[in-house]
Design a protein around this ligand. Structure first.
Ligand SMILES: O=P(O)(O)OC[C@H]1O[C@H](OP(=O)(O)OP(=O)(O)O)[C@H](O)[C@@H]1O
Ligand SMILES: NC(=O)CC[C@H](N)C(=O)O
Ligand SMILES: [Mg+2]
Length: 505
């Protein structure tokens, strides 16, 4: 996942894009970038780091213009350590084009060959986003033989992008001198929504990954962009929209509701907070079926993302909900950090136990998900060190057993603690006295109950079903090999070596 935003206005947009990126910071902490435009000239600044570190006053001053876009990156393809792969990406033909992307292109390896061998376009990084911008540029060239470019040609080009590109992609792009474009993949895997603010000179439009970015910058939430739909806002501020996919269907990534998105966002008509409460409610039922109620003295969340689920679970069990861990707010999200050893170190820097909540008690710790097991293993240990009598662990999501190829960085089996392990084996690894997982169907029901119009979910990391139905063994291999050829710390490298070994057996 990454966070993306685009704005067209009648007044300068640099600060607005910055503010929106801050509101989307939880979606990507590795790099950030903004492009604005005056006439047909682009102004860009991008670098590795968090928004507040990347943009200093002098950088902000150098981003003039009333139209622009930005991104916070959490790499899922290419190189986490490369400044060049920070977004936005830029190409200069057939138009000045900049693009930001949230998602992962599963056939990037095949498209790279086509771009080089047939479309005569040169790629200079390992990023799948560079593939995507070049495909869009090529299709714009084919669609827009006659100038000026209008919404008709833009939509024709995006229809062609849908035919060629596989995987997940929520995109905002800017065509120099023509306007802002946004589109979402035909399965609607990654989120994208649009908001507006009326002004004396016309409407200001903002397109963003999550509604929290619209709300937090004073925009009125208009709607989600539909799967396969494209939106084009021209230089006069006129909004054009068209369905550009053949058979679109709404299957949002369920992990957005479990962990990725902010709880105060509403995605595809579903309040993320409400979804998490529901997951806590169904998880409570599993706890009741597993542990005698008098075995639990207190319910303690593992901050941050598990709080709503833990709260609801405690209420349903009729047990006290207590804050037993304090989060250092200056440490980022550990799951989206590149490299296993930095993740491990960060858990203890990030969370610290409050002894009195643990001493002599049977505690039920609740997390939203257990992915690599890094957090839970450390946390169980910390609860014991703080004097807990029994330490139980519950996860509001089911076991994460399969790699994700749609924009969450878990491309290999071997790094997933639940892959090929029974719940009992995972319990032993984590070191808790009982381990209770959510059930896959219960999780899906808990979320879909809030919007019956969903066709389904992209839930492959839980159920092994890859929603686009077209991910080949070669695609999996290419994604894994590509990720593993990147610079890594020692522990990540060890895990990847093991995954490659398993894959070749
Ligand atoms: O099993 P693991 O590999 O450790 O991953 C799962 C953990 O990572 C996430 O927390 P994170 O610190 O990223 O963010 P949060 O503060 O939003 O909970 C998630 O909420 C789990 O706590
Ligand atoms: N998480 C994402 O959405 C990442 C976008 C893109 N695949 C990148 O790695 O930069
Ligand atoms: Mg967490």
């Amino acid at each position: 996942m990454c966070g993306i935003v685009g704005v067209t206005s009648k007044s300068p947009v640099n600060q607005l894009i910055y503010d929106a990126l801050l509101l989307l910071q939880h979606r990507g902490q590795d790099a950030a970038g903004i492009v604005t435009a005056v006439g047909t000239k682009f102004f860009m600044h991008k670098a590795r780091g968090m928004v507040r570190d990347v943009f200093r006053t002098r950088n902000m001053r150098a981003l003039p213009g009333t139209i622009g876009l930005g991104q916070v990156r959490y790499p899922t393809a290419g190189n986490a350590y490369s400044e060049e792969e920070a977004q936005p990406f830029y190409v200069n033909a057939p138009f000045g084009l900049v693009l930001v992307h949230n998602g992962n292109i599963t056939n990037a390896h095949a498209l790279k060959k086509e771009l080089f061998g047939i479309d005569r376009r040169h790629l200079n990084t390992e990023s799948d986003t560079e593939v995507l911008i070049n495909i869009l540029a090529h299709e714009l060239e084919l669609a827009a033989r006659d100038l000026p470019l209008t919404a008709v040609e833009v939509f024709k080009a995006i229809s062609a992008v849908h035919r060629r590109v596989k995987g997940s992609y929520a995109v905002v792009a800017m065509i120099a001198g023509y306007g802002l474009v946004a589109f979402r993949d035909p399965y609607g895997i990654r989120p994208l929504c649009i908001g507006s603010m009326p002004g004396a000179d016309g409407t200001e439009w903002m397109i963003a990954s999550e509604s929290v970015a619209l709300e937090g910058t004073g925009h009125h939430f208009e709607r989600d962009i539909a799967p396969g739909e494209a939106v084009f806002i021209d230089m006069d501020g006129q909004l054009h929209a068209q369905q550009c996919a053949v058979a679109p269907s709404l299957n949002p990534c369920v992990f957005e509701f479990v962990y990725l998105a902010r709880p105060d966002s509403v995605i595809d008509g579903i309040s993320v907070y409400h979804a998490r409460l529901n997951m806590g409610e169904t998880l409570a039922q599993r706890v009741i079926n597993t542990l005698p109620p008098n075995e639990i003295d207190v319910v303690i969340p593992i901050p941050e993302s598990s709080r709503p689920s833990a709260m609801q679970l405690a209420q349903k069990l009729g047990k006290p909900y207590r804050e037993g861990f304090v989060k250092n707010r200056y440490v980022g999200r550990t799951f989206i950090m590149p490299g296993q050893s930095v993740r491990k170190k960060s858990v203890r820097q990030k969370l610290n136990a409050i002894g009195m909540e643990f001493k002599g008690r049977n505690v039920l710790l609740v997390d939203d998900s257990i992915v690599r097991g890094t957090t839970s293993k450390e946390i169980v240990q910390m609860a014991r060190e703080a004097g807990a009598n029994k330490v139980y662990m519950a996860s509001a999501a089911p076991p994460v057993r399969f790699p994700n190829v749609y924009g969450i960085d878990m491309p290999t089996n071997s790094e997933l603690i639940a892959h090929g392990r029974t719940t009992e084996e995972i319990r032993q690894y984590i070191g808790c006295d009982a381990l209770i997982y959510q059930d896959v169907d219960a999780m899906k029901r808990a979320v879909s109950a809030l919007n019956p119009a969903l066709a389904g979910f992209e839930a492959s990391c839980f159920d092994g079903h890859y929603i686009t139905g077209d991910v080949t063994a070669a695609d999996f291999d290419a994604i894994l090999t590509q990720r593993s050829s990147q610079p890594q710390d020692e522990e990540t490298a060890d895990r990847t070596r093991l995954a490659l070994q398993n894959a070749s057996e």
